[in-house]
Design a protein around this ligand. Structure first.
Ligand code: FMN
Length: 206
């Protein structure tokens, strides 16, 4: 049987040091980006953007704002997951995407557009940032899972100063960095066995 994500759950770990000489192929990276792109989001609006950093210069600039964590420098690709806050425009752009994908869309443009506008307005009054952040973390999870499936090492990270990172990356106002996914191949294995709460703590059956 071919190996799958489920069989690699013990193998993967939050890698602290990457091997700078072992390169992730462009094809594999594209697969990881595909998984991220295909992650579901509430209403399908995908309120996030990922900056893929490969240059050492930019990684070095981010290092001081990232608690000087080694992964930031030693990984091959540093994916910076940002939430998007331009929900009004985003929702309308999504209407166009739906109409392109389905030219005989059953719902009339005005109705669809109004529906999405109402959705955006509710999000703006009900905690846009928390909502957008949740969608962004789901995409991060898909990226993590894809790395494991492809036997690529990775480290999810939120130990950095978002405001500083946003400045270094010169992000527009509607993008706010939330988490990194450092990607590469491990230089050394995990320092300790995997620690997880028991199933009885994490799940209950009714
Ligand atoms: C959202 C998030 C943020 C994290 N931030 C960091 C980080 O800044 N630095 C780090 O070394 N590990 C970070 N981790 C890794 C966790 O410490 C690690 O996933 C956890 O201890 C479980 O270990 P495992 O992933 O090796 O199984 C983060 C993990 C998640 C999911």
């Amino acid at each position: 049987m071919s190996k799958t994500f489920l069989s690699r759950l013990d193998w993967r770990f939050a890698t602290k040091k990457f091997d700078p000489d072992k390169k992730v192929s462009q094809e594999n990276l594209n697969q990881v980006l595909k998984a991220i792109r295909m992650a579901p989001t509430s209403k399908g609006v995908q309120p996030w953007h990922v900056v893929v950093i490969q240059g050492q210069g930019l990684k070095r600039k981010l290092y001081p704002a990232s608690k000087e964590q080694d992964q930031v420098i030693s990984c091959q690709y540093l994916l910076v997951f940002c939430m998007r806050l331009d929900i009004a425009q985003r929702s309308q752009d999504y209407v166009s995407l739906i109409e392109q994908a389905d030219p005989v869309v059953k719902v009339r443009h005005e109705q669809l557009s109004k529906n999405m506008q109402g959705f955006a307005e509710r999000k703006i009054t009900q905690g846009l940032e928390a909502w957008a952040a949740r969608q962004t973390y789901l995409a991060l999870g898909f990226g993590l899972a894809a790395c494991a499936e492809l036997e690529i090492d990775s480290c999810p990270m939120e130990g950095f100063q978002p405001g500083e990172v946003d400045k270094v990356l010169e992000l527009p106002d509607h993008l706010k960095s939330l988490a990194y996914l450092a990607v590469g191949y491990r230089r050394a294995g995990p320092k300790r066995p995997k620690v997880r709460y028991p199933e009885s703590d994490l799940f209950s059956w009714k």
